[in-house]
Design a protein around this ligand. Structure first.
Ligand code: PLP
Length: 483
């Protein structure tokens, strides 16, 4: 494709995206296709001859679009938001256009240096501590996902806990990782990848009401494990758990870690970005004093399209100790002089995209005040919704719900717990099949709840009102069919 052809088709693509976003409410939020439907509509083999780009765009609309779940639809309330925004998409397009692979500083100095600046900016926006900034002992890096950030933190923690032995000799002792029942499953995956195995993951109790980790039980488990000869490697505290946005008491957990010199990672994948607003800085309590590493995902709720997860560490030495390798073909004067950052040593893969461009575009386009307005809108709508649900005697709301997620369930008078849960799941199915909303579920104390996560850039009050109206309408219709 020549530059002139690219110009023509590029304009078509930008128009296509703009039309798609302008008309997004006309699509069912959740794709309604059956498994295999999209695959069977596509040719089974590649074309021998090149095709015009218009054919690709036409098949995108005709074949693929029905199989798209519209994450940017204002009625998307499932999982957590995965915000995209104009400046982020354009920043990503520029990254693709430059085609830079920024594995080393020398491979494209601007790729590394912009990343350093942008992660430092984000640390400032979130009021994270000075020692997470790159000029100090620590520093931040953009990873593909919170899952990778947690894995990398665990590898650094193992390096430190073993004085580098795990890095040189592999796992020779029983190392343990501490999570709660509410911690994201990526931590168990990280433990498996790192060689701790599922049995190396120790599950700390949670407060039955708030679902936050119980530091007292953490202390008990640590003492038991140490007495049994295990080497605790890391505790992962979560700020904003996946099911209910529970917030673990980082400060108290940090005190337990400090007593033992144990690595504390704080996974704030969803909730961390809320700290752009001063009123949500309480989410950072204890991070400055106790966290060895901290991660949050601008690709969830900060208007930056996937993938963009930022990991900061208070001391980059164990991270670099765990992951630095310098094969001959990557040797260069800047690296050898130690005068530059090589982010390949801060992550699992060697290669890296120029992801800083999209985060830079987002921060510059919205400014701190635009980012704050986005977070405040999501939280404000969620709090309003929670107040409507609480006021309805047919529903029960899970407390607390400090951010953009509300968990709730219908009361189902006369139904036993298992039947009530089945009815709640049926209600969810009906709502999602309607095409106007997409929600997911969680279990709290064994009972099914509906999760409604607000935070899409296009979601306005009227969409939340419509969703609430529809929930009540579907519930009333379903109730008439129950015994
Ligand atoms: N941690 C928490 C608390 C999450 O809620 C999630 C995903 O929702 C993750 C980690 C994993 O995020 P990612 O998709 O960036 O790996």
């Amino acid at each position: 494709m020549s530059p002139e052809e690219f110009r023509r088709h590029g304009k078509q693509v930008v128009d296509w995206i703009a039309d798609y976003l302008a008309g997004i409410e006309s699509y069912p939020v959740m794709s309604q296709v059956k498994p295999g439907e999209i695959r069977s509509a596509l040719p089974s083999g590649p074309p021998e001859r090149g095709e015009p780009f218009e054919a690709v765009l036409s098949d995108l609309g005709r074949i693929l679009l029905p199989g798209i779940t519209h994450w940017q639809h204002p009625g998307f309330f499932a999982y957590f938001p995965s915000n995209a925004s104009g400046p982020a998409v354009l920043g990503d397009l520029l990254s693709s256009g430059l085609g830079v692979q920024g594995m080393l500083w020398v491979a494209s100095p601007a790729c590394t240096e912009l990343e350093t600046v942008v992660v430092d900016w984000l640390a400032e926006l979130l009021d994270l501590p000075e020692h997470f900034r790159t000029n100090a002992k620590g520093g931040g890096v953009i990873q593909d996902s919170a899952s990778s950030a947690c894995l990398v933190a665990l590898l650094a923690a193992l390096h430190r806990a073993s004085d580098g032995q795990v890095t040189s000799d592999g796992i020779k002792r029983r190392y343990t990782l501490y999570v709660s029942s509410q911690t994201h499953s990526s931590l168990e995956k990280a433990a498996r990848i790192a060689g701790l195995g599922t049995s190396g993951v120790r599950v700390v109790d949670v407060d039955p009401r708030t679902l936050a980790m119980d530091p007292g039980h953490l202390r008990t488990l640590l003492a038991q494990d140490e007495a049994a000869g295990a080497v605790p490697a890391m505790v992962c505290a979560t700020v904003g758990t996946t099911s209910t946005t529970a917030v673990d008491p980082v400060r108290e957990i940090g005190e337990v870690c400090r007593e033992r010199g144990l690595w504390l990672h704080v996974d704030a994948a969803y909730a961390g970005v809320a700290a752009v607003c001063p009123e949500f800085r309480w989410l950072n309590d204890g991070v400055a004093e106790y966290a060895d590493s901290y991660s949050t995902d601008p690709h969830k709720w900060l208007l930056t399209n996937f993938d963009c997860a930022v990991l900061w560490t208070a001391d980059r030495a164990p991270l670099l100790g765990a992951l630095s390798i310098l094969p001959e073909y990557l040797r260069n004067p800047a690296t050898s002089a130690g005068s530059v950052v090589d982010y390949r040593n801060w992550q699992v893969p060697l290669g890296r995209r120029f992801r800083a461009l999209k985060l830079w575009s987002v921060i510059r386009w919205y400014g701190a005040e635009g980012l704050r307005a986005h977070i405040r809108k999501g939280v404000g709508l969620a709090q309003e919704l929670a107040s409507w649900i609480s006021a309805d005697p047919g529903f029960e709301v899970h407390e607390p719900h400090p951010l953009g997620l509300v968990c709730f369930r219908p009361e189902w008078p006369g139904l036993a717990a298992a039947e009530a849960d089945a009815a709640t799941m049926r209600l969810l199915q009906l709502l999602n099949a309607s095409g106007s909303v997409y929600m997911t579920h969680a279990r709290i104390a064994g009972r099914v709840v509906l999760r409604l996560a607000i935070g899409g850039a296009a979601t306005e009050r009227r969409h939340v009102e419509q969703a609430w109206e529809q929930i009540r309408w579907e519930l009333a219709a379903l109730s008439t069919t129950l015994p």
